[in-house]
Design a protein around this ligand. Sequence first.
Ligand code: HEC
Ligand code: HEC
Length: 319
Amino acid sequence: MRNTMRFFVVILAVFAFLLGVAAVSSGKAHQAGDDVTAGAQLYDKWFARLNVSAPEGNHPLWERQTTNTRSGAETWRCSECHGWDYQGAAGAYGSGSHYTGFPSVFVLADRLSEQEIIDHLNGKIDPLHDFSGLMDDNSLRQLAVFLKEGLVDDSEIIDPVSLKVRSGNIENGKNLFETVCAACHGVDGKTQALHSDALEQSLGDVANRDPYRFLHRSRFGVAGVAMPIGRELGWSTEDSRDVLAYAQTLPTTTGKPVPAGAGADSEPAPQMGGPLPGIFGGIFTGLGVFFGMFGMSILFILGFVAFLGAIVFILSKRK
Ligand code: HEC
Ligand code: HEC
């Protein structure tokens, strides 16, 4: 009887352990993925991600520059000051209408700890660079996680003058684009109207005009838009570049050459809740939930079988 009890306790312990492992591992995978994506969307346009309105007027640091003549909400976006390539004045925003002279955030990613980056965001380093009254602590942390783990350096593969991808597997890009993205954007990239600089643009326009924004958003998404994204599809750095290279071959809406110089404002229109994004988003979320739950279920079933085994074992000993 004592042996039976011991066996029973061991089985219970194993069961509890399995459940623990399942909870911890699924929690971790979920969180890490979410933090980088959330941080990237905050970087893009934090007030859209948090569903609040942008503060009134210009960002206080805006006074330190005179070259970029945008005003209001745009001036509060990390992307407007530090660029879609994260390199600030050292990158694509080193000239043109977006030039501010504000620094790159890229070099810091390696050097600083998460907390040290957060200290750049809560005004500890520069009181004018204080976002802590505008966002909760978790958002600041997600921004820091994104800056540490999510940044990609694409500067080597994009020609700074033509903005074309220098080398890319267009065939692979075409495949990925047509299997996933064309559902909404159309095989010619024109189906989903994109709104930038008060113009309706096609995906071909965005890819040619602002390749870094294309890369950032195709990897991490656009706040408030239900869209499958490279990070969740498991795309490699190269896959995103290949899709960009292919998208640069798509027709532009005006039929005229797009202006050179990286950068354009982007204001996704409020989502109309059209059936296609709804259904697509639904399927995606469904699949995500299914595969998330799948791992948990397997472990749970294993544990349950072990539990049943223990009961059968005890009953058979009793005889
Ligand atoms: C209005 C322009 C502006 C906006 C908006 C802005 N920054 Fe900055 N950022 C700066 C300037 C200027 C500096 C350097 C001096 C300072 O810290 O004030 C800086 C510095 C930084 C640094 C330290 C990097 C370094 O090399 O000094 C980090 C990290 C950073 N910003 C991240 C962000 C994030 C994340 C956001 C969005 C929440 C953001 N910034 C929004 C202008 C801006
Ligand atoms: C479910 C429909 C849907 C699918 C599928 C989809 N998108 Fe989108 N995409 C959208 C919507 C909606 C917008 C925002 C439109 C706006 O600006 O108002 C958008 C915006 C974008 C933008 C930002 C454009 C800009 O103006 O900055 C990029 C880049 C993009 N999509 C790339 C892709 C890529 C690459 C894929 C394939 C992985 C893809 N999309 C798949 C619906 C979709």
